[in-house]
Every structure is written in structure tokens, then in C-alpha cells.
Write a protein that binds this ligand. Structure first.
Ligand code: PGA
Length: 244
């Protein structure tokens, strides 16, 4: 079976102005030839400037969402084609903040992932249970249903990455135990249409806990929010992944 290349993905969410590009430049300078894939997903307003700032470097760029249509009367939305045009190679889809803030369903996520594929983007599809679902013992039911309905037909290792992000771990400083992460990843992996699809963990990953998370088998990297905003913090996570 081919080795899955590890990936450290940074999700800047709604953070970052032009001055923040210095962090991306510093990260780029620190990793001229990284031993893992590095992806930064800034707000759409920074994509083309970040592409220019990182031009020729090893860091890939991604959007944080896209519309399911190529173009049209959808005020405020951005299409996958537009993200690709601005320099993105990836797009995060179905993040729990999109699912919660915008009521996105897994069926909509699958339609967006189709659009991403048509535009040549890799979809980073997120799944994860809420605290209530976690406490009710429904984690595996929730994430397997989200996976089943969010993956478009034809999803494979080339066009899809999955991120398991428990909602209660995002931005809270709480993380599941290694056993909990391992259990969910094992169950998700068994349901992937292609064994080469990379499976990331996300939720309060930081420089201090990265090595222990990356030691869990079946964790192919991380989707990192808060700790991806500073080159020093994210760089430490990238190094931990390189060493894992
Ligand atoms: P966090 O966010 O690392 O700040 O917890 C992760 C995410 O939402 O992707």
C-alpha cells in the first residue's frame, strides 16, 4: 500500500490582514523543503496576496469554503473556480463552524466537494460530533453518517482529505484521549472509499500536544486553527509531524 504523505493544514478562519502575510513568509522561509505537506487556508481576501508572497515555496494554499456553483447570483459567496483562480489548490469543506453558523448539511458539503473537484481543488472535508453527541455516546454514529453523506462519488486520495474535528475540542484547549482519536480514526478509515485518503485530526492541536497526537496510528496530520496563525507555533507543529 502506498505511504500516505503527512500534512499539516492551517485554518486561519476569519483572522488575518495584509500584515499577517509576514507569518506566512516566515513559515515558508523556515521550511524550504519540508518533509511533510504544508497547507495554509487564509481568508479569501488574502489568497492571491499570499500566493504572491509564497510564490515558489513549498506551502500550498486553500480556501475555507466554496459555493457549489461555478458562478451566479449568490451575493457574498465564492466559487471553487474563483479559489483556484486566486491560487488555491485545496478547500476546507463542511467545517463545523460552517455547519453550525450557516446550517450546512452533509448533502451540501458533498455538492461543494463535487464543485471543488471540477475546479481541480482537493477537498478537505470535516466531520465531528458536538459535546452533546459525544456525551450521549453517539460519536461514531454521527461521524460515520457525516462521512457517508459528505463524500461525493469518485472521492479518492488525489482529490479528498478528511479531517476529524470534535466540535467540543475546537478552540477549547480540550482534546480527546489518544484512545478516543484512534477509535474514531479506525472506524472512519474502514469506511473510506480509497485507503490512500489522508485522515487528519483537528481541535486544539498545539506545539505541546502535537507529538502525542501524531504518534497515534492512522493520524496522517492535523488541521490546526489558532496555533496556525503564528509561524513559530505552526512551525513547531510541522516539525513534530516531520519527526513522527
Ligand atoms: P483549533 O481549530 O486548532 O483552534 O482548535 C481547529 C479547527 O477548527 O480547524
Amino acid at each position: 500500500m502506498p505511504q500516505r504523505r503527512k500534512i499539516a493544514a492551517g485554518n486561519w478562519k476569519m483572522h488575518g490582514l495584509g500584515a499577517s502575510l509576514d507569518e506566512a513568509r516566515a513559515l515558508c522561509a523556515a521550511f524550504p523543503k519540508p518533509g511533510v505537506d504544508i497547507l495554509l487556508c487564509p481568508p479569501a481576501t488574502l489568497l492571491s496576496r499570499m500566493r504572491d508572497a509564497l510564490d515558489g515555496g513549498a506551502i500550498a494554499l486553500g480556501g475555507q469554503d466554496c459555493h457549489a456553483s461555478e458562478s451566479g447570483a449568490h451575493t457574498g459567496d465564492v466559487s471553487a473556480l474563483m479559489l483556484a483562480d486566486a491560487g488555491a489548490s485545496h478547500v476546507i469543506l463542511g467545517h463545523s463552524e460552517r455547519r453550525a453558523d450557516h446550517g450546512e448539511t452533509s448533502a451540501q458539503v458533498a455538492a461543494k466537494a463535487q464543485a471543488a473537484r471540477a475546479a481541480g481543488l482537493v477537498a478537505v472535508i470535516c466531520v465531528g460530533e458536538t459535546l452533546q453527541e459525544h456525551d450521549a455516546g453517539r460519536t461514531l454514529d454521527v461521524v460515520t453518517a457525516q462521512l457517508a453523506h459528505s463524500l461525493p462519488a469518485g472521492a479518492n486520495a488525489t482529490n479528498t482529505i478528511i479531517a476529524y474535528e470534535p466540535v467540543w475540542a475546537i478552540g477549547t484547549g480540550r482534546t480527546p484521549t489518544p484512545e478516543q482519536i484512534s477509535e474514531v480514526h479506525t472506524v472512519l478509515r474502514a469506511r473510506l472509499p480509497d485507503p490512500g485518503i489522508r485522515l487528519l485530526y483537528g481541535g486544539s492541536v498545539n506545539a505541546a500536544n502535537a507529538a502525542s497526537i501524531f504518534a497515534i496510528s492512522d493520524v496522517d496530520g492535523a488541521l490546526v486553527g489558532g496555533a496556525s496563525l503564528k509561524a513559530q507555533d505552526f512551525g513547531a507543529i510541522v516539525r513534530a509531524l516531520e519527526d513522527s
